[in-house]
Design a protein around this ligand. Sequence first.
Ligand code: G1P
Length: 916
Amino acid sequence: MAKRHLHDIDTNVDPWAFVDDVGTFRLADPQRSSYLYFPLVNEAGIMSAITPKLHGDINASQHEFLTPPTAVENLHNKRTARNFWVCEHGVGPWSAAGNSATQIPEERPGGAESVSMEGGLLYHEITRENDERGLRAEITNFAPVRDDMVELMRVAVTNTGEKTKTITPTAAVPIYGRSADNIRDHRHVTSLLQETWTEEYGVLVRPTLSFDERGHTRNETTYGVLGTEADGTAPESFYPVVEDFIGEGGNLEWPEAVVEDLAGVSAGTEVDGYESLGGLRFETTALEPGETAEYVVIQTIWTDDPDPATLVERYGSSEAVAEELAACQDHWREKSSAVEFDTGDDTFDQWMRWVTLQPVFRRLFGNSFLPYHDYGRGGRGWRDLWQDILSLLLTEPDNVTDLLYNNFAGVRFDGSNATIIGDEPGEFTADRNNIPRVWMDHGAWPWLTTRFYLDLSGDLQFLLRDQQYYKDLHVDRASEQDEAWSPEDGTELYTDDGEIYEGTVLEHLLVQHLTQFFNVGEHNVMRLEDADWNDAMDMAPERGESVAFTALYAWNLRDMSDVLDALRAELDVEEIEIARELQTLLDTLSEPVDYDDPEAKQARLDDYLDTWERTVSGEKATVAIEELAADLEQKAEWLYEQLRDQEFIEDEDGHQWFNGYYDDSGRRVEGDHDNGVRMTLTGQVFTLMGGVATDDQADAIVEAADEYLYEPKMRGYRLNTDFDELKTDLGRGFGFAFGHKENGAMFSHMAVMYANALYRRGKVEAGHRVLSGIYEQSKDFEVSRIYPGIPEYFSERGRGMYTFLTGSGSWLLLTTVTEVFGVKGRLGDLRLEPKLLAEQFDDGEAAVTCQFADRRLDVTYHNPENADVGDYEITAVSLNGDSVDFERTDDGVVIDREVVTGLDSEAVHDVDVTLE
Ligand code: G1P
């Protein structure tokens, strides 16, 4: 036999394809792609990942895993998948999930077994058919839309052969039942805590204690695997203990109990102190040719008293499961329809449904609990919280205003913020691990989101709502600790008089921006502190500076100043109250600081931080809004000038762009270097977005990014060039292999923000190139190997990584709605500023359906001459057939909010826009 090489192996597969117009897709041979997984989740709190072989875990939190925690590499390494055995008498066992020791050759090309996957909103279905055996299994998994932490699995087994078969079915789901911390740490000792018993319908496990970072506490959580036949009949017997099920020398992919056809134990058995299994043996049955038998497996977690009877009643039959599945589909389809696109590309329109759900997934999963997201202990980061709200304002606006408001309670009076964010809105937990870190970008995101909210709602009053501040161990931007503070003191900031201190939302935003303005390093650029958006720029805490985020703060200051003017005009308020302490930072109103002098700036920040200790005075000062706006504008103006002059660089070849960083040795990071030219995308994005870059500078940036960052094999822009150095005076990212994650991957999040910035600057073709590159790469399944959606980044080989949970979902939806389709607000009024290319119209039409002012609008752009962006302008707008008045802006038109709010809130309204 001729010797073959590793790369000769045929890995070709057909890509997934959408099969309807509600996002359902099918993929043949999904098991031939590794690292694929699909999310299942509900509002009750069940979180699952599921692979084509039913691998992936089911959990409710870091400390409550029903099945063993599985990081991505374990998806193909560990034998802990959900399994369902069909033992045919006279033939032997077959795993309907493909998890038996002998099955892999059968499902490879040319084998007897074919597999296909259907992914829908939100269910996962695998069909596996074995021609030689004459068996087909359809396995459907989903989380019902109920207040139960349940993942349901329906298994339909069909005899596709010509003779009657006698089969014994067995469901086998390992019950791990404890904290992810124990996957190695005390794995065995914690199995001694397991109390495992069988009831009429299944196996329940309730550990006596829970061992985790909180110490040893009495456990309250129960884990269960229950099952029924189609008509509700209970299993015949049970295998509650792993070691009994697998037998000596067996394993979960060749369990002796199944292979040797050993009966299980009956209901009412208790076995304590062992690794547990949800092993349910169903009655042996005869299956005629063409006949199907169905089974239901209920995988569940109870945080209070277990109530298996209720779950069996609710889900324990084929009929019940069919109803629940339909309800689940309705629920998720409706969610994904919050925004609908109708372009010339139907695949794109469907793909966007999955993107639309990604921020919802992150709201539910947080940043942990899917296989790539094997870090963190639940919850999510501060910046992610705010950025996800950008799109949740479009898709789930009802819940979001409170979330937005509550989040301001996480701001510390020194401008930093809480970093451990709980599941409930406004729930911030004290940092138990005592990690004194400040991410310097954190203060910038709340304004972006608030501004978007104000544009959509016109609710300027929001800025004047009072909210408390966060207080914990860390003081003076985490440089000091308040030794007198203990968690029992709570996490609210108090006044000297012992009252909880409150300030307006506006005051919180001022605190975040003013502290940052003065917090500069030796180049008079804002200090990088422990990192910015790029978490991996974390090794320049002393001398590092982030030009990239200084630009964002500069833009915010300018934008806040504009909104203050509007506040004055609209709400007729001339003065506002702010904390007395904050006056120190409004230097132009009292004692101006020389902005050219970085030391003077730092000294002023120190003055501010010295004005209080543990508690604040609670006294307020009155400031004229006009003066406040002028102070902010003056600061912004200074920053704009300084960045344009000082940070716009040119390399030997004449390419020009913005330097984004200074390292811990105080050196400028970007430009010519002995190891090759150094450039970051982050440095360009915010200088472009907020207009720090002049038009000429913007042109130069696009050219330089095309030259140094564009990577054809990933169809996109890298986060940075190859520094070819383990740059320990900048960040851990430079320890990652080049082309991966934060070291030069095509990192979708920053790439989409780059596109957003380009659109804002009118560079539509360049912006479109970025977005369509990401879309093309994502759907190029043979390379990306991901289900529909945008991944966090693409690896050096082009594979999509960290699927589903990424801030790029939010930014992509936002950018597509507000920039590409140009449907956005202007402090409450409806703005239409389309930037669609001719190719994005289908027969001269392109449409988006979305919410504005609580009304559902179907906005259709009519472009009869198929003109390109730049060649068309809006000539007419009609609403439900009647022409509407508008005010013209540079890029489009504005329509009074009253026109929209006058509409019936139940119906969908046609907005027809003519472009000529
Ligand atoms: C992730 C983090 C985000 C961080 C980014 C870069 O991005 O969630 O906070 O800014 O890496 O380090 P995401 O997964 O949201 O795309």
